[in-house]
Design a protein around this ligand. Structure first.
Ligand SMILES: *Cc1c(COP(=O)(O)O)cnc(C)c1O
Length: 371
């Protein structure tokens, strides 16, 4: 029985050579040359003017909220179906996350719901592209322009994806990435902010580095964080970015394999392969169980685990998080689509290092469980 991990990164390019450069040169901190190189290359690839590397994707969102001066009394619209980092960043800033439900097919934020939630206190829309298919940006940008709202684009699952031919990561007043090992490119831990606004970029740089005053070190006019990325992380990033096109090609092949092999199993909702604005890049290959299947995602995941096959549950909605209920946030709110896909959804092994043999085993075992 060959085990199939839920994710394994591919690190067989120039990663080792560039890491050795860090060690040989002694440049291991954030002052090393790979950080600037990685920033420049990401900015270029995502068609942005400025890129600011940070130590993970969650703090990128915190810095984004701070850089836009979002705080007490402000509202930020975001999907309830997302990672907690999105809501944490807003709550920590003293602002209020205003949640919207998901689209039942794409699992992305429901844009009609966004329109319905705009108030005089709304400052920004946090767009989160889910699992490899972008949010339909055109109507969302129109809403943001009409109501003069900032867009924060969380593109953590979208390196190399495009929306109508334009890179994901190019749509936000601030866009953010994560480079966690299950993302399309990884630095172990890492993140990035992207923007075209010089002032916002300078503020992000300052917030990342404790807000040292440029005119006098160890003097501070405001509170920042140490969110810096090390040269070693950036070295991995540069090596990984060289292979982004190849990685996206592999992910699409993985998606195509699963789509074809799983389509005839009754009772499974598979990811949307294609819309008129994007082809899925399958950050993860998600499956939602139809109502006719007599058990929940957790039951299927337990059965997969017995067979040494890794899987992960879908996001658990923000309005159902104990920590936020404790804070009296989202009391009594209901989002039926997100609640349903959280309970009925899971994803199967979809990492970059996956082999056809492994995928074939996943399919065989899923058939055994479900048919
Ligand atoms: C992974 C992820 C993050 C968080 O990134 P970390 O680097 O793990 O902090 C944020 N948003 C989304 C949508 C993600 O998928």
């Amino acid at each position: 029985m060959i085990p199939v991990p839920v994710n394994e990164p591919l690190l067989d390019g120039n990663e080792r050579a560039y890491l050795n450069e860090c060690i040989d040169s002694g440049w291991i901190s954030s002052e090393g040359p790979f950080v600037k190189e990685f920033e420049q290359q990401m900015a270029e690839r995502m068609q942005r003017k400025y890129a600011i590397a940070v130590c993970n994707g969650s703090v990128a969102l915190e810095a984004a909220i701070a850089a836009l001066n979002i705080g007490k009394g402000d509202e930020v619209i975001m999907p309830t179906f997302t990672i907690i980092s999105c809501a944490t960043a807003v709550v920590r800033a003293g602002a209020v996350p205003v949640l919207v439900d998901s689209d039942p097919l794409t699992w992305n934020m429901n844009i009609d719901d966004v329109a319905a939630k705009i108030t005089s206190r709304t400052r920004a829309i946090m767009v989160v592209h889910i699992y490899g298919l972008p949010v339909n940006m055109k109507p969302l940008i129109a809403l943001a322009e009409k109501h003069k709202l900032a867009i924060i684009e969380d593109a953590a699952e979208m390196h190399g994806q495009t929306y109508r031919g334009k890179p994901c990561g190019s749509f936000g007043d601030i866009s953010t990435f994560s480079f966690y090992p299950n993302k399309h490119i990884t630095t172990g831990e890492g993140g990035m902010l992207l923007t075209d606004d010089k002032k916002i970029a300078e503020r992000c740089r300052s917030l990342r580095n404790l807000c040292f005053l440029p005119s006098q070190r160890f003097l501070h006019q405001e509170l920042g964080w140490n969110f810096r990325m090390s040269n070693m992380q950036a070295a991995l990033g540069v090596a990984q970015l060289e292979r982004l096109d190849e990685f996206i090609r592999r992910k699409r092949e993985m998606g195509k394999y699963y789509q074809e092999a799983l389509q005839d199993i009754p009772g499974l909702q598979l990811p949307v392969a294609k819309t008129d604005y994007a082809d899925n890049i399958y950050w993860v290959f998600g499956i939602v169980l139809d109502d006719e299947i007599p058990f929940d995602a957790r039951d299927v995941m337990a059965r997969l685990r017995d067979e040494k096959i890794g899987s992960r549950p879908f996001f658990w909605p923000m309005h159902e998080q104990p920590v936020f209920q404790e804070m009296n946030l989202f009391t009594g709110q209901q989002f039926p689509v997100a609640e349903r896909i959280a309970r009925r959804g899971f994803y199967i092994p979809s990492g970059l290092a996956i082999t056809e043999e492994q995928m074939s085993r996943v399919v065989t075992v899923l058939r055994k469980i479900l048919i």
